[in-house]
Design a protein around this ligand. Sequence first.
Ligand code: GLN
Length: 491
Amino acid sequence: MSNLTDLTLAQMRDGLRAKSFSARELAEAHVAAVEAARPLNAFLVETPEHALAAADAADAALAKGEAKPLAGIPLGIKDLFCTQGVQTTAASKILEGFVPQYESTVTAKLFADGAGMLGKLNLDQFAMGSSNETSAYGNVISPWRGEGGAQLVPGGSSGGSSSAVAARLCAGATGTDTGGSIRQPAAFTGIAGIKPTYGRCSRWGIVAFASSLDQAGPMARDVRDCAILLKSMSGFDPKDTTSLQVDVPDYEAALTGSLKGKRIGIPKEYRLDGMPAEIEALWRQGEAWAKDAGAEIVEVSLPHTHYALPTYYIVAPAEASSNLARYDGVRYGLRVAPEGGSLIDMYEATRAAGFGAEVKRRIMIGTYVLSAGYYDAYYLKAQKVRALIARDFEQAWQSCDLLLTPTAPSAAFAFGAKSDDPIAMYLNDVFTVPSSLAGLPAMSVPAGLDAGGLPLGLQIIGKPLDEAGVLNAGYALERAANFTAKPERWW
Ligand code: GLN
């Protein structure tokens, strides 16, 4: 049954219950797909034994008619989530060989619901990047190809996740999103992904990048699968002080596809000069689809949008420089100790050898903006602007329930196209960082193809804790778009 890997997660779940195939068969098909797809470099570690053990447990439970929500579903796990007994590197040399003794809350919840793990997915180093070119373990290649067969980036930082899901190596994967790292790679590869409200998913056991922004979320081929995974991943966790103590709704049940009574805001500041006409056209098409589903379209203003990128690229590096101070060669990961050197020499040599160039850039920016004399001018100012950006959204909610925007200003690009120019790379995040700074739920759904046949995504942003509304709007757009394109297999 070679097409088991083409099923969505919901189809797998239903097929397992109907005994159309066993969890063992499902896991074996995915393990084989992962092995055959090594040229994509999506996985850093393969854990077939984990996926097969979960499958056998699922088959036993299914036989007794007591299967859990994700029984026998093989998933990919971004290598930013600590997994007990399985190497976790954040795609950095500085954590090479680090084997956590504990499980992150999110992965523990997925496994408790019956899912298995196919392996740990490659990413931009410490989740810093938009193209997966900053991994210490090589670029992840998108299963999509550009003109003349050119290799393309899968987006970032969750590029292993997007590549694996789009290439049918797993029906779903975990991602994390600090400034767009679930949504942008989802858009680049023609899949769906949601960043929930800050605090909805526990950050415990996720390697920290920028703690006030980091959120976990699911990436999958459609909205329903995201809804199913998000339900399992979410919930209060006393081990994360920013975790929200609120009930988790049944997101799948919220997928009606009707937007009757919903006002969808179009933020006028997201209309960028020089944005490709195809993206503008898709956005207009999205409005029409939303209208067809019963929504009313209203224009809204988010006046501080323009400041979101510079604000993000102060706040995120500042928090990163603090979070990454712990990698010093003492407790875990790499240690480089020059002979006869001091403790400081060891710190310096370890960090110089262990961190990649982009990580070093962020640490330097972060240290600079937090330093005495510059703190007020940069960090404090950025925090104030962040509050204004959040207020823009609060004001927008007076006149609308959801916002519709493009996910990214372009389709996937070629390797090297932006990697020498950090500013060009950071511009990728222009539509995703404002909602990150405001802590709002936001998702990308595959909505169309550009002239070169590459996927483009639309983004829906919602009010705090309205993941159900975001998912339902995503569902309506997804149905209207009827996106069926998939990458042709070349690996
Ligand atoms: N591309 C953004 C960055 O490099 C976002 C990364 C993320 O969300 N983890 O910071």
